[in-house]
Design a protein around this ligand. Sequence first.
Ligand code: PRP
Ligand code: URA
Length: 208
Amino acid sequence: MSVFILDHPLIKHKVALLRDVNTHANQFRELVEEITTLMAFEALNDIPTKEIEVETPLEKTMQTVAVENSVAIIPILRAGLGMVNGIHTLLPTAKVGHIGLYRDHETLKPKEYYCKLPDGIADKICIIVDPMLATGGSAVAAIDLLKKQGCTKIKLMNIIAAPTGIETVEKAHPDVQIYIAQKDRCLNENGYILPGLGDAGDRIFGTK
Ligand code: PRP
Ligand code: URA
């Protein structure tokens, strides 16, 4: 199985607030971060760990810790930026790679305008973050780009996904695990997710 719907009651609660047209940019940004942290708890449940010795006030004990630098966070600009801190809360040293894509309003096809990835990206677990998975074009383009750099362990995390976007990514990249908070009904004629939450980038950055 490659699609995981993380329908925890706390995630549902926060997604309901996120969708609300009356939720303003500052609360919207907080919610995106909080939902991402809750989702990351599950999405990162197989990261590499190692055993280290820890000395408590009473004795020495072997304990499990995460291997540093094994995960890279890859936000799709712009809206994916809103999810980065949600993962940094859990993995503060994770490196960040930026992929700049925007959807052409007429064709809905993604256009790449920026890419800067951390050194050694091919050896890391890459977690692509973007609040919205609509047609799936942007996610497929981001995964293509990472695979061209030699990445083999790729996860995709979206808060809201349309059925067609999930199908497109699954078909193009069946090896990629997709973590979503909620699967919505469909896209409208402009490629917006219904019921959705509107334009995630504009709501995070207050541009409209
Ligand atoms: C939005 C969203 C995704 C993309 C999803 O970004 O953040 O990246 O659309 O649509 P798709 O699945 O049909 O490709 P947008 O292109 O609006 O850019 P922005 O984040 O800069 O606003
Ligand atoms: N991008 C968004 O920000 N929202 C949508 O509904 C679809 C794509």
